[in-house]
Design a protein around this ligand. Structure first.
Ligand code: ADP
Length: 255
């Protein structure tokens, strides 16, 4: 398929690229851990995209925290705009989008035409982000991609009282030393993360339907627990981690 536009989302944790057709459908995608040399990595990944049919002429929009370092992009847009655009294209509905990435989380109110009405962001505290699960998964020697299923399957949970990722790590150590089953700890960790995200959602006012994007949306327990806390289901975007890059590519299609 011929690529008509490209989007690149240089995130704190992962760099995502999407190529879309003229109709706005995803025809090419790439995801790589963000490297310390952002400029060089972005250009190498874009070179790969531009080697695809149509890619050479495709306009490129950059987003993500490293967006200003993408030298060959036509334009740069915030992740707020891009995530909202990507998700709205998929859902076609107004609502509240929660984007949980590797180092920040955002809540975006999307209007009936897909416009961003309001947003709030947490980029100060790792405890409400994917980093919280990454750090605690490391401590528990578990793959982060398996944490969600374990949390959902657990039959009980222990409350995690620490409001900080670093203190939560020491809390885990003492819980394990007391013989608490790992699954109960994992479920408690998810509840703690969701508690923080729920406060962020509430700060904007509860306006369902709720959508979830960002890499952490791969985690089914986060979506389920967030739905319980908000009292309404949370729909996970398809290919949630690509929604920023997808929105960027859709924006690049516009003149
Ligand atoms: P950023 O844009 O900040 O780089 P992303 O939206 O790419 O963030 O999300 C990265 C986060 O998603 C990381 O914290 C990572 O652990 C988490 N993540 C990625 N894939 C999965 C998965 N399959 N299950 C659970 N978490 C995941």
């Amino acid at each position: 398929m011929t690529l008509a536009a490209l989007g690149i989302d240089v995130g704190s944790t992962a760099t995502k690229l999407v190529g879309v057709t003229a109709a706005g459908d995803i025809a090419w995608r790439r995801l790589a851990p963000t490297a310390p040399r952002i400029e060089a990595q972005a250009e190498a990944l874009l070179a790969e995209a531009r080697a695809q049919p149509g890619g050479e002429r495709a306009p490129t929009v950059a987003t993500g925290y490293g967006r200003k370092l993408v030298a060959s992009a036509t334009r740069a847009l915030t992740e707020i705009t891009c995530h909202a655009r990507g998700v709205y294209r998929r859902t076609g509905r107004a609502g509240t989008l929660v984007d949980i990435g590797g180092q920040d989380s955002k809540v975006i109110l999307i209007g009936a035409q897909g416009q961003v009405l309001h947003f709030v962001m947490n980029d100060k505290c790792a405890a409400g982000t994917g980093r919280f699960l990454e750090v605690t998964a490391g401590r528990l020697q578990l793959p982060v991609a398996e944490m969600g299923d374990m949390a959902r399957a657990a039959t009980a949970e222990v409350p995690i009282s620490s409001t900080c990722t670093v203190f939560a790590e020491s809390e885990i150590v003492s819980l394990l030393a007391r013989g608490t089953p790992v699954e109960h700890v994992v479920r408690g960790l998810h509840r703690a993360l969701v508690h923080r995200v729920t406060s962020l959602v509430r700060s904007l006012g509860p306006r369902p339907p709720y959508f979830l994007s960002g890499g952490v949306a791969h985690n089914a327990a986060v979506a389920a627990f967030l739905g319980e806390a908000l009292g309404a289901p949370v729909e996970r975007a398809e290919e949630p981690q690509l929604m920023g890059a997808y929105g960027a590519a859709l924006s690049a299609l516009e003149p």
